[in-house]
Design a protein around this ligand. Structure first.
Ligand SMILES: Nc1ncnc2c1ncn2[C@@H]1O[C@H](COP(=O)(O)OP(=O)(O)O)[C@@H](O)[C@H]1O
Ligand SMILES: [Mg+2]
Length: 606
């Protein structure tokens, strides 16, 4: 099971670090350049005032401990300057934090929205390849990592890097020779930082992948909660999720350990350098003021260096997350409008399949053909039924009409126009689809019926509900049309959900109607009601229906028997019965005389 966004690695290659940085900056920092520049300016002020405060230490010590104590009034400017510098530093810090927060959180929102907008427009084929858990973790966590890396990371990095430079300046001002000695430790410090940086980065990448695996595992267990419960597999699911948590934990601990180990390493280095400074001071006879400033600068510098090491990780995590994000954003849907495609011109709403073949995996060397050489026609007012064993390709055929998938060979036309050559939205405007498990949104009944036509008025909605035999039960609900249906319509029965879906189709009033086992999931009583509603809906439209029970199929103008991706037989009920083929066998097994026979023709045909 592919559980990460890497599923699209073939279509979008991961960007290198620099390319990611350039693109991050261009996409999200450049439009906010004012705020970004402001926060960087604040960072400069913070760094400079830190250095200045240390620099002021020199006259302080001189005045307090020096041989010739200056007059009180002469030295009064020093404490005053301390207050001013401290105040400026504080204001700059607040400014930096405020700006960084503003930029950062607006970036998170934008990333989340652009990811979702990609997701909702993605090809079905792609959505089926990856688990939604991976996307969820991208939307929730990766966006936050990018914010941290891009804003907090970059601005604080700048501040600390400048602080290191400032400290060097202060030291050089006090004693340039000693500064050179300190500088000798720089390569060692750099080596330490790089070493720990690499380790934490590796841990971060691992942790990120496991985070998406975790949300996938949790979502999957919850999606299948009924199966889990009926089979008493809670402990198993616990173990499964526990394993992912363990793996994620190990990466996180590794990263934290590397970071923790970086601190003593930096401290040891600082201790060695401090010892060198003290030795030098003793040998050259450095003044107390110089020594104090020097040691102070050294301490501040090592703190900044440690911060830099941490921020490196933050930035690295942000970059890794950005790589994943761009990979997800860069997959353009293949099923899209051709350049300059005209709107579909509907006259007769006649659908034709012309030697259509289709494979879900067309790019593999030996594709499995879900449909092979299928030709079929339906005109307005006609009902064509598709029957045949499960897995034969009926749903696949239906899915090609609204271009959920594109044909691999041949073509599908509506009124003579290849559906790939017209505007996608204009094609889908002409089609209503009712499936076995209708989907309702967690909203009111009104909003669910009006989903295809958000502007529809109460009279139209009510008319649609009446036609779908739904008005009665809706008005009996507390709240009526404004009753909430619950998540995925959980507060309604299957038959009620189905009638809402049919009302939706009535309101859409599209000339093409696709029914994929619309009555199969219902009990006998709702099935009768739904069946009647469907027959009203089918009148005057181009209807393609897949039926589980052959009783619904009898009335069709033409029946296509589909098995193993091929059209096995064509004809009406009488002709097919007379010919004694697959259809006749399916029909006999189901005793078609009983109008709502519950037997499964598929099982019987095997
Ligand atoms: N999303 C998919 N990805 C890969 N194969 C699929 C997918 N959906 C269906 N199939 C395969 O295509 C074949 C036809 O399936 P389907 O059209 O659902 O059959 P039917 O609706 O007649 O039961 C089956 O072999 C099935 O396994
Ligand atoms: Mg099917």
């Amino acid at each position: 099971m592919s559980t990460s966004l890497d599923a699209g690695a073939d279509t979008a290659t991961e960007l290198s670090g620099w390319a990611s940085i350039r693109r991050l900056a261009a996409t999200w920092l450049l439009p906010r350049w004012g705020e970004v520049a402001g926060s960087l300016a604040c960072a400069v002020v913070v760094a400079a005032s830190t250095a200045l405060a240390l620099y002021l230490l020199d006259p302080v010590i001189k005045s307090v401990f020096g041989a010739h104590r200056p007059k009180f009034t002469e030295i009064l400017w020093v404490p005053a300057a301390f207050i001013v510098v401290g105040g400026v530093r504080g204001i700059a810090q607040v400014g930096q934090a405020t700006l960084v927060n503003r930029v950062g959180h607006s970036i998170v929102g934008e990333i989340q929205l652009s990811l979702f907008s990609r997701l909702i427009r993605a090809d079905l084929a792609r959505l089926r390849q990856q688990h939604s858990g991976a996307y969820l973790s991208s939307v929730l966590y990766d966006a936050t990592l990018i914010r941290e890396g891009l804003t907090t990371g970059v601005v604080n990095y700048t501040q600390n890097a400048l602080q290191v430079v400032g400290m060097f300046g202060v030291m050089a001002y006090e004693d340039w020779l000693l500064t050179l000695v300190v500088f000798g430790a720089a390569p060692v410090a750099a080596w330490v930082m790089r070493r720990f940086g690499k380790r934490t980065r590796k841990a971060a990448t691992g942790a990120m992948a496991e985070t998406s695996a975790l949300s996938t595992a949790v979502m999957e267990s919850l999606d299948g909660v009924k199966v889990v419960k009926i089979d008493n597999r809670e402990a198993f699911e616990e173990g499964r999720v526990g394993e992912v948590i363990d793996r994620r934990q190990r990466f996180i601990i590794k990263g934290a350990n590397a970071r923790a180990a970086a601190a003593p390493a930096a401290e040891t280095l600082t201790t060695v350098v401090t010892a060198a400074v003290i030795t030098y001071a003793a040998w050259r006879g450095l003044g107390l003021n110089q020594l104090m400033v020097f040691l102070g600068a050294l301490g501040a510098m090592s703190q900044s260096l440690r911060q830099l090491a941490n921020l490196q990780t933050v930035i690295a995590e942000g970059l890794t997350a950005a790589g994943r994000l761009f990979q997800a954003l860069d997959v353009a849907p293949e099923i899209a409008d051709a350049a300059g495609a005209p709107a579909l011109a509907v006259t007769d709403a006649a659908i034709a399949f012309d030697h259509v073949s289709f494979a879900y995996n067309p790019e593999t060397p030996d594709p499995t053909w879900a449909l092979a050489d299928v030709s079929l026609t339906v005109r307005r007012g006609e009902t064509v039924a598709l029957v045949g064993p499960s897995g034969g390709g009926k749903s696949t055929l239906l899915n090609l009409i609204p271009r959920f998938y594109d044909v691999t060979g041949g073509q599908v036309t509506v009124d003579g126009q290849d559906i790939r050559s017209v505007k996608l939205a204009s094609l889908r405007d002409q089609i209503a689809l009712v499936t076995q498990e209708p989907f309702l949104f967690d909203d009111t009944i009104r909003a669910n019926i009006a989903y295809a036509r958000p502007g529809a008025g109460q009279a139209e909605i009510e008319a649609a509900a009446r036609a779908a035999a739904a008005h009665e039960f809706i008005t009996a609900l507390p709240g009526g049309y404004d009753a909430q249906v619950g998540e995925a319509g959980a507060r309604l029965s299957g038959g009620q959900r189905q009638r809402i879906a049919i009302a939706r189709a009535f309101l859409k009033n599209a000339p093409v109607l696709l029914l994929d086992e619309a009555t199969s999931a219902l009990d006998t009583e709702s099935e009768v009601k739904v069946q009647e509603a469907l027959e009203r809906l089918m009148a005057g439209r181009t209807t393609l229906l897949i039926a589980h029970r052959l009783s619904t199929v009898r009335k069709a103008d033409r029946i296509y028997v589909i098995a193993e991706g091929r059209v096995e037989e064509i004809g009406d009920h009488e002709t097919l019965m007379a010919s004694g083929g697959l259809y006749a066998r399916l029909a006999r097994a189901q005793a078609l005389n009983a109008p709502n026979a519950a037997a499964d023709p598929v099982a019987a045909a095997r």
